[in-house]
Structures are given as C-alpha cells and as structure tokens.
Design a protein around this ligand. Structure first.
Ligand SMILES: Cc1cc2nc3c(=O)[nH]c(=O)nc-3n(C[C@H](O)[C@H](O)[C@H](O)COP(=O)(O)OP(=O)(O)OC[C@H]3O[C@@H](n4cnc5c(N)ncnc54)[C@H](O)[C@@H]3O)c2cc1C
Length: 353
C-alpha cells in the first residue's frame, strides 16, 4: 500500500470514504469547496456491514431519540435528494413493527403515561391479527412512522463512482507528514480513528456487531420487525437479521457465537423457518457518551475529525455533516454535545504526539 501526501491544491482532504467521509465531502462540494478524498478500500468499513436502520423512537417506552425534531426532517429531505444526484436507489422509508415485549409493556402503552404526541411517531395495536402467522407477538405492538433503512452498500458505491468521476478520490492509505498550512485534513476513519495519534485521547467505545442475510419464503413482509433483533425486508424473499453487540474481540470476523445469538433471537421473534445466506461482522465507531466526535484538534487547527457515529450513523451523519460544513466554511457553532472541545481536559492530561 502506498503512503501518499496530498497535493497542495485541495482545501479539504477527507480521510475515509465511509458514511461519514462521503457525506461530509459531498456537502463540502455543494458549498463549492475544493475537496480530495483518500480511502483505503482494503480497510474494514462499518458502513459496508451496517443494517442501515433509522428509527425516531428508542427504548422500552419508545421515547423520541436525541434531537429527533431536527435530525429526522433533515434526513428525510437529504437522502431522496442524494438519490437523485447520484442516480441510485438506496433510501427505503419503511414502518417498523415493534411487538410489546411483555404485559407490563402493553399496560404502559394502554395507560395515560404515553405522551400525547406519541402518535407523531407511532400507532398502537393491542392484538396480533396483522402478523399472526409470522411474528411471535400475542400482545400487539407499536408501528413506527418516519423510520426505514438506507442501503449503505449501494449508496457508498454510488458515491465512489461520483467522486471518481470528479477525479477527487484516491484509493490509497494516508499518513500525515507534510500537510500545508492552508489545507484542512478531516479524519473520517470510523473504528480506525481510535488508533489515530492525534485523536486517540478521545473516549471511543467501539462495539462489534454481526448481521445475517437470510431467506424466508412466502411471507412477503412489507414492514421491518424489531424486538430484540430486527428483520428487514430486502426484496425477493431476502431479509437482513441483526444485530449483536459485543465489546470484546473488536475485529471484523464473524463468529459462531454471533451467528447462534442471532438464530436464537430470530426464533424468539419470528415463526417461519429461515435459511442463512451470508454472515458479516463490523465494529461500530461508538463513544463513551454516545455522542459524535466532531471538530478541530485542540492545538493543530488544520486537523479535524468527523467520527463517533456509533450505531446511528444513518440518522446522525447528514445533519451533523451539514453542521460541520457550516462550521468549517461559515464559522458557525457546532452543537456543544458533539464538539470535541468537550474533551479538552482529556487532551491536556495525555502525552502529546
Ligand atoms: C453490525 C452493524 C450494524 C449496524 N447497523 C446500523 C444501523 O442499522 N443503523 C445505523 O445508523 N448504523 C448502523 N451501524 C453503524 C454504522 O455502520 C456506523 O455508524 C457508520 O457506518 C460509521 O461510518 P464511518 O464513515 O464513520 O466509518 P466506516 O464506515 O468504518 O468508514 C471509515 C472509512 O475510512 C477508511 N479509512 C480508515 N483509516 C484510513 C486511512 N488511514 N487512510 C485511508 N482510509 C482510511 C476505511 O477504509 C473506511 O472506508 C451498524 C454497524 C454495524 C457494525
């Protein structure tokens, strides 16, 4: 693998063409900025493994996720426009059916404790007529709105073609040596970011995950099913089943244990038999405070990072890439909960590179 140094012309050098780097580079281009992307295709990429789900409500009580009113309208505009620009289909808005996990959960959703505006994001059913031969759910459940999935593999391939056509993508390894004073280098390395000596002081907390692509015949599911595991319809009897969470053995190797966990979760959730087609693993670039890591290095203002998207890259990347572009180009403020300057004290306490 070659080590390349950027030439002097582009203002922004983006390292990594995963979800984060691709969207950031795209939005910088939209602002007329001069961009080069450097990506090592041989490196593992979380985006190529991800299920791509986005979902506005989380937890047992299905409360609204962080900044839902800003982030979700943004992504619902962003991805369809991007599809047009890249001439590819990868955005799949789809309801998620979430069976109640037990009677207490059903009781909660029948009570007055459910917020009045819950109907903005979900509708409730208290029986299982819709899925009685498909899903193990005698108590009913919630069907969410403003949810779906993004086919990241297709999107990244389309982005790759778009960047290659513009002549701004170099598929090589990057090492930082002689950066020029008027260039900004933004690291979007995903899980690899924690080994970057400039940003290794940041509190990454990577999480391994595994997914199975499976075949289920003759059920023609039109919604995503999610309880303990998710089952996403991909078309033509193919489905994606995920995902596991593990803080050990942080590598991209699928394991027997991961496969068996997913099979067990599937059998709890679904009634029809299934056949495994493929098995993949990746590492989510998650952080200790579960917020992205965005901003410029505390000392070297020409080096920045766009990382820490964790398990929610699909929903977080467009909104915060736009915010980062506004910060870089127009000097607007970054949200304090994503700005890496929240970890300035950690930087001061480590040995410097
Ligand atoms: C099993 C699993 C399921 C998931 N499911 C979902 C989901 O349903 N919904 C969701 O929103 N998110 C999901 N995620 C998380 C999602 O994958 C991430 O949030 C997102 O893809 C991170 O994107 P990224 O660009 O930061 O990192 P990556 O996708 O890892 O991209 C990093 C890129 O940088 C390149 N690179 C790194 N270092 C260098 C270097 N020195 N030089 C050149 N190139 C370099 C790599 O080659 C790679 O292309 C899942 C993840 C996993 C593992």
């Amino acid at each position: 693998m070659n080590n390349v140094q950027p030439n002097s012309s582009p203002k922004y050098i983006i390292i990594g063409q995963g979800l984060a780097g691709s969207i950031l580079a795209y939005l910088l281009l939209q602002e007329g900025q001069n961009v080069q992307i450097i990506d090592t295709p041989e490196f593992p990429s979380s985006s190529k493994v991800a299920a791509g789900l986005y979902n506005p409500v989380t937890g047992r009580k299905l409360v609204r996720t962080w900044l839902v009113d800003e982030i979700f309208p943004f992504l619902e505009d962003f991805y369809p426009q991007l599809e047009k620009e890249l001439n590819a289909k990868f955005f799949h808005p789809q309801a998620i059916y979430r069976p109640f996990v037990n009677e207490d959960s059903q009781k909660y959703f029948k009570s007055d404790h459910v917020p009045d505006d819950f109907s903005d994001f979900g509708t409730l059913t208290f029986d299982n007529t819709k899925y009685q031969n498909i899903v193990n759910s005698q108590l009913g459940g919630v069907t969410t709105k403003h949810s779906g999935w993004v086919d990241l593999k297709t999107m990244l391939l389309a982005f790759r073609g778009y960047f290659l056509e513009k002549g701004i993508l170099r598929e090589e390894n990057f090492s930082l040596k002689n950066e020029s004073a008027d260039q900004k280098i933004i690291f979007c390395e995903g899980f690899e970011g924690r080994n970057n000596p400039h940003f290794s002081y940041l509190p990454f907390n990577p999480v391994k995950g595994e997914v199975l692509d499976i075949q289920i015949d003759n059920i023609d599911l039109q919604e995503i099913i999610n309880q303990g595991a998710f089952v996403i319809p991909l078309g033509e009897n193919n489905y994606r089943l995920g995902a596991t969470y593990s803080w050990h053995e942080l590598d991209f190797t699928p394991t027997e244990q991961g496969k068996n966990d997913l099979i067990e979760k599937y059998q709890k959730l679904m009634k029809p038999s299934m056949r495994i087609l493929s098995h993949r693993a990746g590492v989510r670039p998650a952080t200790k405070d579960r917020r992205p890591l965005i901003g410029m290095h505390p000392e070297n203002k020409n080096i920045g990072i766009f990382n820490g998207l964790g398990s929610k890259g699909v929903s977080l990347a467009p909104y915060f890439a736009k915010q980062f572009v506004d910060f870089l180009v127009y000097q607007k403020e970054l949200h304090p909960e994503v700005n890496i300057n929240r970890f300035a004290s950690l930087y001061l306490s480590v040995d410097k590179v």
